[in-house]
Design a binder for this molecule. Structure first.
Ligand code: EPZ
Length: 438
């Protein structure tokens, strides 16, 4: 098992640069296979989710050339759409389902395993499938594999019952070459939806309205290659912004797009932080006088669900009672039980979390239940005095590149421990007072 060993209680101070957006890069890769030419995508984060999807593209015959950790070249030239994106791929990387939209769009056929639920919720695909069917695609589910086929793809009017990020991207991909015009209403407006639409347009697609409630796609014949740079990761930036408040620190984050961080600024200021935007940087100064708040997660430009666990950690240190309502995923409070081991005082009541503030978390051994909850537990460990062990960090490594290295750059005492049980580590700490190695 891989864990983080944290010697906490110190403010995070200094400057870091964040990576490209994982959830954008995944959609960009799917878009790139819709051209038979070799596209270059830069500023991709070197995290396991990215590597899983690139492996899936290779598996079905796509060309994937890693130029360096943050640059990849992709072409869909030799893809065989009869190949199945199997359950093993989709279990490891849900967003393999973006290949469904891309393969349908390009080949009018696809074979992709239906992803199951995950740690944060059931994750249905009904909106994706509704959009495909309105475009003329016949889909059927056999032994857990979605078989999709279309004689012809024709533009359609599609209303999403939920502003689903995945469905917006998948239907956009499937409609690129469809005859006529497709109009998708009630779409997701997340930054990475716009990023993917921008790249597709740079490849020759005709897409209007990304970032608004309605996206219009006019079918074209083919897409050509592109050199494209992924936008900065809003969620990674937000995680470090919240870390500045949780540790009463002072962090400057470079290479951000302030517009994407506005709602996070507002809510951190309500909690008592000072947040200063300057061009492509944001500076967050924490305080030990945090005020309780009310927080509701919502589709962009609302507060992102992917920062809900991290914000709960900050609210847990605010004077009084805070209330968080999670409106996107029904199981996104798995970290609450772990946090109670660090004396967090939180109680789930229906879709809300009632949080009583405490002065400081207590160090303990905790386990990451999922990607963003794991990052949140690290923030709690950085607040607590003494040694905290966060287990199962493979979840965190899915979405945060060298998270420990970036934190050490900000003065944190954190390192990766592997091959030892947490109890072994605890006994070592007691005996030898572990010295965190820089
Ligand atoms: C994307 O997931 C992100 N993943 C998630 O980030 C993020 O939390 C989520 O969007 C919301 O912003 C990637 O981009 C790879 P949705 P996605 O479809 O597309 C319901 C992370 O931590 N829904 O917008 O799967 C669904 O149940 C991950 O990086 C349907 O009902 O999310 C949920 O309640 C976690 N039917 C809501 O919509 C559908 O067909 C939003 O889901 C599709 C979705």
């Amino acid at each position: 098992m891989r864990s983080y060993l944290i010697d906490g209680g110190k403010p995070l101070k200094g400057t870091i640069e964040i990576n490209g957006a994982k959830n954008s890069a995944l959609g960009l890769f799917a878009g790139a296979i819709m051209s038979d030419e070799l596209s270059t995508i830069e500023n991709i984060p070197n995290v396991s989710d990215i590597n899983y999807l690139l492996d899936s593209i290779t598996m079905i015959g796509g060309t994937v050339k890693r130029k360096d950790k943050h640059t990849v070249q992709i072409s869909g030239k030799n893809i065989n759409p009869e190949e199945i994106i199997d359950y093993d791929c989709v279990k490891k990387m849900r967003a393999s389902y973006y290949l469904l939209g891309a393969l349908i769009g390009k080949y009018k056929k696809a074979r992709v395993a239906l992803p199951g639920g995950c740690e944060i919720g059931s994750r249905p695909l009904d909106q994706h499938l509704k959009g495909f069917s309105l475009l003329g695609v016949k889909t059927n589910l056999k032994n857990g594999i979605i078989y999709a086929e279309a004689k012809e793809l024709k533009g359609a009017n599609i209303y999403l019952d939920v502003p689903s990020v995945g469905a917006t991207i998948n239907i956009m991909l499937a409609a690129i070459f469809a005859k006529g015009t497709t109009c998708i209403t009630n779409v997701a407006k997340e930054p990475h939806v716009v990023d993917i639409a921008n790249m597709l347009c740079a490849m020759g697609a005709k897409i209007k309205g990304a970032g608004t409630d309605t996206i219009e796609i006019t079918g074209v014949q083919r897409l050509h290659k592109v050199n494209y740079t992924v936008i900065p990761d809003q969620i990674e930036a937000g995680t470090f912004m919240i870390g500045a408040l949780v540790t009463n620190g002072d962090i400057t984050i470079k290479n951000v797009i302030p517009k994407h961080l506005e709602i996070i600024k507002y809510k951190l200021e309500e909690l008592g932080a000072t947040v200063i935007f300057d061009n492509d940087t944001v500076r967050v100064i924490g305080t030990n006088k945090k005020q309780s708040i009310r927080l509701v997660t919502a589709p962009y430009p609302g507060f992102p669900t992917d920062l809900q666990p991290q914000m709960a950690i900050a609210c847990g240190l605010a004077k009084g009672t805070s209330i968080i309502r999670e409106t996107i995923f029904e199981k996104r409070y798995a970290y609450v039980d772990e946090l109670s081991r660090m004396s967090g005082k939180m109680k789930v009541s229906s879709d809300s979390l009632i949080i009583e503030g405490i002065p400081q978390y207590q160090n303990a051994i905790v386990s990451s239940p999922d990607l963003r909850a794991g990052a949140a537990l690290v923030l709690a460990g950085l607040n607590a005095e003494g040694f905290t062990i966060v287990e199962n960090i493979q979840y965190i490594e899915r979405g945060y590149e060298v998270f420990d290295e970036k934190l050490r750059k900000l003065g944190a005492n954190i390192k990766i421990i592997e091959g030892q049980t947490s109890e072994d580590i605890r006994r070592q700490i007691q005996k030898e007072r572990f010295k965190i190695i820089k």
